[in-house]
Design a protein around this ligand. Sequence first.
Ligand SMILES: *[C@@H]1O[C@H](CO)[C@@H](O)[C@H](O)[C@H]1NC(C)=O
Ligand SMILES: *[C@@H]1O[C@H](CO)[C@@H](O)[C@H](O)[C@H]1NC(C)=O
Ligand SMILES: *[C@@H]1O[C@H](CO)[C@@H](O)[C@H](O)[C@H]1NC(C)=O
Length: 231
Amino acid sequence: MLIKHYPLYLLINLLWTGATGHRELQRLIKPLKVEFHALNLNSTLHWQPGSDAAGDITYFVQYKVYGQNLWKNKEECWGIREVFCDLTHETSDIREPYYGRVKSVSAGVHSDWNTSSRFTPWRETKIGPPSLKVTPRNKSIQLKLRAPNSPYKRRRGSKIPMTNYYDLLYRVFLISNMLDEKQKILMYEGTDKVVKIEDLKSEVSYCIVVETYLPMLDRSSACSSKICTVP
Ligand SMILES: *[C@@H]1O[C@H](CO)[C@@H](O)[C@H](O)[C@H]1NC(C)=O
Ligand SMILES: *[C@@H]1O[C@H](CO)[C@@H](O)[C@H](O)[C@H]1NC(C)=O
Ligand SMILES: *[C@@H]1O[C@H](CO)[C@@H](O)[C@H](O)[C@H]1NC(C)=O
């Protein structure tokens, strides 16, 4: 036997550095910043590669409802190279809290799992601005507003709008070209889908931006892109 010819301390040393090297790699490839990002209830798990994630790294994703013991594999995100995973359909019970977790494999070495914090889609999703159509009239502007859609579909296939899940308000801001860009004037806040802004000057160009506001969560969307009238 070959082993007999090695002093014991050398053997132990060999095994020890092998094991710590392995553990070191396990630690270095572990995914970081595992968190859900959600916009209009489209809920995606994101993470960052570990500090020493090399080229051949792949990721494995699991999820579960808070309080359950069993983690489920997300088949579409099993051995992927991307650093995100769409869990919209796995988190469709939007008032339930969920967890997601990710591990990585590189050169046959498995990292530990890294787990997101608790994620409740209904409470944590960002919301997008409404879509906006502007029709300039003589001294007024007519706006048509529509809430963003969720990713969930009705049986017939049409997307369910966010108004199905939230009491939301539209906010309409006016920016005239005589004003500073930052000086937005709130012209309307409410649920109407058609809004008219009147008593405008006909020789002035006006710009409109809109946002969605969720009173229950005191959260507003980013502003829509600006639409301007030509005088
Ligand atoms: C993931 O693992 C690293 C290292 O063990 C840790 O610093 C980090 O906070 C963990 N959690 C998340 C959510 O990334
Ligand atoms: C716009 O104003 C002009 C002149 O004031 C008027 O003749 C015209 O009928 C108005 N158009 C509309 C759509 O109200
Ligand atoms: C969620 O958003 C991503 C990025 O926009 C998109 O590719 C994906 O199809 C969306 N998921 C669903 C279920 O609509």
